[in-house]
Structures are given as structure tokens and as C-alpha cells.
Design a binder for this molecule. Structure first.
Ligand SMILES: [Zn+2]
Length: 282
């Protein structure tokens, strides 16, 4: 299948954000001898379109594919890169090897009846073969690329691709510019601390898995959103409020500052999910 055209934005010298509105973004970093891809996208045909876009920039071989996390729309194109080393967090690999969890996603995607649903059935889930725990430094020509892990957040294995010389970071789905992240696989209380550490990286701009390129201030807002949500729920719990009361109160509170965000109309279910998780954790 052919998806709507993606937009290539050069965010630093030889570093591109491949923005795909309403879908999933990717990153392309061109080094002296090869190329690094950040996220391989949802199905092989999407990955092949990404490769076509790389070819518009450079003929150099794609040497690395970095998975920001295990989610299907970021990593199910991995099989299209047999010559590359797939890199991700250890927990990202574990999640991709979790047959039950992947089957749940597969069923959801097939049921969604989207234009990629049929193709999704044929995906060969290909987990990272190079993993790390907290930090991996890669030297790509003159450019230092730091892969950082700050703890669980949107999944158990979210990593950030930080380019200190360029003051730029790829955030996966932990933070978006003015967009509500998907939370149902999240670790809500850990997410607060992870997004705090992310917001403290000396980065002026960030490329998210979804939505536009953001400025540092938007990273701080993304951290505030998760923090306000979790603190709001905890206050409700300590006041003895029910799930429904809590959802209403937290929704009202978040609406003042974040009501205009993409996906805010769907945040209610996520607040309920967060409430049940925080209750369960005691
Ligand atoms: Zn995700």
C-alpha cells in the first residue's frame, strides 16, 4: 500500500525528522559511512517508503535501526533492514518477544480494519539484537549519539536518542509537542520521573514519534501533563474518591491547560486506566 507523503525536515546537519501526519514519525541520521534510522514504522511497506526517502538523501547503507520502544507502529518494519543492526532497550526486546502481548496488538490492528491491517498479518516481528541498560554512546562520524534510558514510562523500554552537539533529542512516544500520548501500556508513576529527566536534557528541540518537531518548552509541558495527571489521581485517591469522580476531577483540571492538545478528546479512558494502576500499586 501507499501511504500519504511524509515530510522530510532537516533538523540539524545530516539529521532529518520524517514527519508523517496522523501516523508515526521516523528519524534519519547520515554519518560518514552509513545511515541510522530511528523507528522502522508499522508494516514493511511503510519501512520501504522510509527507505525510499533515505535514498533521496544519500546512497550510503543503512547500518543501524534504533527502536525507540516496542510498539508496533514504531518497530514492525524492522524486518526490512536485514543488513542493519537493530538497537533497543533490553525491555523493548523483551516486550517484542512477549508473544501474548504482541498477539493482542496484532488482533487490535486487524480489527481496526485500516489500510495496513491485512499487511500487518504478515509481519515478522524482529526484535533488537543489540540492547543496553541505561546508556549507549555511538560515534557517527564527528557526531556523538547517546541512547539514554531513564526508566519506564510509555512502555517499559522507552529510549531517547540524544544528540548533545546538536541539542536535539528524539523522544519516541514519551513526549509530544501538544499531544496526549497513548497510556494504556504505560507505567504512570514512573513516567513522571522519566519525563522529568528527559525534560532536563540540554536539548533545544525534540522530534517525537507523533506530531510536529517541538521546542524545549513543549518537553517541559509534556512532563507537566503526566505529572499533573498522576498527582491529580493520587490526591483523589487519598481523598477517598471513586474512579468516576477522580476521572471527572482530573479531566477538568487538565482541560484548563491541555484541553487544546491533539487526542485530548480521548484522554478520559487513559485517566481511568491510570487511576486503576495507581490504586493497584497502593
Ligand atoms: Zn508507542
Amino acid at each position: 500500500m501507499v501511504s500519504p507523503a511524509a515530510e522530510l525536515v532537516e533538523v540539524a546537519d545530516g539529521v532529518y525528522a520524517r514527519l508523517h501526519e496522523g501516523l508515526t514519525n521516523a528519524g534519519i541520521i547520515v554519518g560518514d559511512e552509513g545511515v541510522m534510522i530511528i523507528d522502522s514504522l508499522r508494516v514493511p511497506s511503510f519501512a520501504r517508503e522510509l527507505i525510499e526517502d533515505v535514498r533521496k538523501i544519500t546512497p550510503k547503507p543503512i547500518k543501524y535501526v534504533i527502536d525507540t520502544h516496542s510498539h508496533w507502529d514504531h518497530s514492525w518494519g524492522n524486518e526490512e533492514f536485514p543488513e542493519a543492526t537493530i538497537v533497543g532497550h533490553q525491555n523493548c526486546r523483551s516486550e517484542m518477544l512477549d508473544v501474548d502481548a504482541q498477539k493482542l496488538w496484532m488482533n487490535k490492528i486487524i480489527a481496526s480494519n485500516e489500510s495496513w491491517s491485512e499487511e500487518a498479518k504478515t509481519v515478522i516481528i524482529t526484535p533488537p539484537t543489540m540492547t543496553f541498560d541505561s546508556k549507549l554512546s555511538m560515534y557517527f562520524g564527528a557526531r556523538l549519539i547517546e541512547l539514554r534510558y531513564f526508566g519506564r514510562a510509555h512502555t517499559s523500554g522507552d529510549i531517547f536518542i540524544f544528540l548533545p552537539q546538536d541539542k536535539l533529542v528524539f523522544t519516541g512516544d514519551v513526549a509530544q509537542d501538544s499531544g496526549v500520548p497513548f497510556m494504556m501500556d504505560g507505567y504512570m508513576e514512573d513516567w513522571v520521573e522519566t519525563s522529568r529527566l528527559l525534560s532536563e536534557l540540554p536539548a533545544d528541540r525534540f522530534v517525537s514519534g507523533h506530531g510536529p518537531v517541538g521546542e524545549h518548552e513543549a518537553l517541559v509541558e509534556a512532563k507537566d501533563f503526566i505529572t499533573d495527571l498522576v498527582i491529580g489521581i493520587k490526591e483523589c485517591i487519598s481523598n477517598g474518591q471513586s474512579e468516576q469522580e477522580s476521572v471527572e476531577l482530573v479531566l477538568k483540571k487538565l482541560n484548563d491547560r491541555f484541553g487544546h492538545w491533539r487526542g485530548f478528546d480521548r484522554v478520559e479512558d487513559s485517566i481511568g486506566f491510570a487511576f486503576r494502576q495507581i490504586m493497584q500499586n497502593g
